[in-house]
Design a protein around this ligand. Sequence first.
Ligand code: FES
Length: 262
Amino acid sequence: MMSASNNAKAIMCELTANHPVDGNSFVLHCTWTGHAPKAGQFFMIKPARFSFFLPRPIGVFEFNPVQNMVKFLITRHGKGTEELSQTQAGDKMQLIGPLGNAWADFLPDNGSAALVGGGAGVAPLSALVAEKPDYNFHFYAGFKTGFRDKEQEDVMLGAGKNAKKIVVSAEDGINALNGRIVDFLFEPENYDVVFSCGPFEMLKALMIKCKKRNVPCFVSMESRMACGVGACLGCTIRTVKGNRRCCADGPIFSSEDIIIDE
Ligand code: FES
């Protein structure tokens, strides 16, 4: 497994926008002058001016090398992300990154890939569509609630909209297929590889499905992190190969390595 964390830097950046997407999600736009992140990598982020919490690991949603701008799609799910939601344009942000391995490390040169994202987990997959615009990606995006309007859809899907095929589902069925996104990936065996990011329950359902059909599957794992660079062991997960650090050995792992039934 490859890691590109050697290029990581800690830089004090400026937040140029905090764009609310719905009641629970928002997109942070930050300046970034360090090494260009690859899709699947993440940054450790915290506001510089006030912070009672450790930095939070957030996957890259979009990177614009011309504008030196990186964007993060975040859903509130605790005190740290709540604090990030309250930041405003002009705030200084400490970013450490880019960290971890990248989707491209596992992507066949020529082929097709299903990208299956749940909630804010669509973000790192959307970044991959932007990074490889000619690749045959099919983008499966699942949400708890459907999009309110086209603008919200555009923001949440990001570059994922440019995939060769898009399937969107919502558990309330509003403006989308009604149900869980994994159920709409009918034939994973049609793809050379499946990549996924989202809640573990979704990853688990997908890994089981791919295993039954013998399809290579790679998932981006989440874990609480303190250092983000492999030093504290705080993000250790158990795998079939022993303990692995989610930040430095991942966050992307082969589903064959993940212990599903815990
Ligand atoms: S967060 Fe410290 S080792 Fe991963």
